[in-house]
Design a protein around this ligand. Structure first.
Ligand SMILES: NC(=O)c1ccc[n+]([C@@H]2O[C@H](COP(=O)([O-])OP(=O)(O)OC[C@H]3O[C@@H](n4cnc5c(N)ncnc54)[C@H](OP(=O)(O)O)[C@@H]3O)[C@@H](O)[C@H]2O)c1
Length: 161
C-alpha cells in the first residue's frame, strides 16, 4: 500500500517536462521580476514548440504576459502549489515550464529537457534561470536549433539525465 501510494504520487514517467527559456550569456532570464521580456528573439520558435501543450508558469511571469498565450492551457502556480500535484493533472505527453526563475527551480527535479536560447547580452543583475537549486542537474546535449543565425542566436536543447 505504501509503495503504491508513493508511485501514485509521482508524475507519469512518460510525461516530458520541458523547461524553456531565453537566457543571457551570464545566465539571467530577466533584469527584475516584473520585466516583460521584450529582448527575446525566440518568440516564434517558442510559440511553435509550445502550441497545444500545457504551459506552467509562476504568478510573476503570468503578470508580465498581458494577453496570455492563446492556444495553450496556462497553468499558473503560486507558492503553495506542489510540482507533483500540478504534473499529475496533465494528461498530454508533453508540457512546458516557461518560468520564471522561482518556477524553473520549483520544477527542477522533474525536468526531462531544457531548451535554452542564449542571447548575446550580459545583465548586471536580475533573475537567474534557477534562483535556487536543491542539487546540480546532469544534462546532455541533444540538438542545436538556429533562431537568428546571423546574430549568433541558437536554441540549445538538452536532455536532463
Ligand atoms: N527569459 C525568459 O525566458 C523568461 C521566461 C519566463 C519568465 N521570465 C521573467 O522572469 C521574471 C519572473 O520570475 P520570478 O522568478 O520572479 O517569478 P515566477 O517564477 O514567474 O513566479 C514567482 C513564483 O514564486 C512564488 N514565490 C514567491 N515568493 C516565494 C517564496 N518566498 N517562497 C516560495 N515561493 C515564492 C510565487 O508564488 P505566489 O504567487 O504565491 O507569490 C510564484 O509561484 C519576469 O520578469 C518574467 O518576465 C523570463
Amino acid at each position: 500500500m505504501t509503495i503504491n501510494n508513493k508511485k501514485d504520487s509521482l508524475p507519469p514517467k512518460t510525461l516530458e517536462v520541458i523547461g524553456i527559456a531565453a537566457v543571457t550569456v551570464n545566465g539571467y532570464i530577466a533584469r527584475h521580476s516584473r520585466e516583460k521580456i521584450l529582448w527575446s528573439k525566440d518568440l516564434s520558435l517558442f510559440k511553435k514548440q509550445t502550441k497545444n501543450c500545457p504551459v506552467i508558469m509562476g504568478s510573476n511571469t503570468y503578470k508580465t504576459l498581458g494577453d496570455g498565450l492563446p492556444g495553450r492551457e496556462m497553468i499558473v502556480v503560486n507558492r503553495t502549489d506542489g510540482p507533483v500535484d500540478i504534473l499529475r493533472r496533465i494528461d498530454k505527453k508533453r508540457c512546458f515550464v516557461i518560468g520564471g526563475g522561482k518556477t524553473y527551480s520549483k520544477f527542477s527535479s522533474y525536468l526531462t529537457h531544457l531548451y535554452l536560447t542564449i542571447h548575446p547580452m550580459v545583465f548586471k543583475r536580475g533573475i537567474r534561470l534557477f534562483t535556487k537549486l536543491e542539487r546540480e542537474l546532469l544534462i546532455s546535449f541533444v540538438r542545436l536549433v538556429p533562431v537568428v543565425e546571423e546574430e549568433g542566436i541558437f536554441q540549445f536543447q538538452f536532455k536532463v539525465e
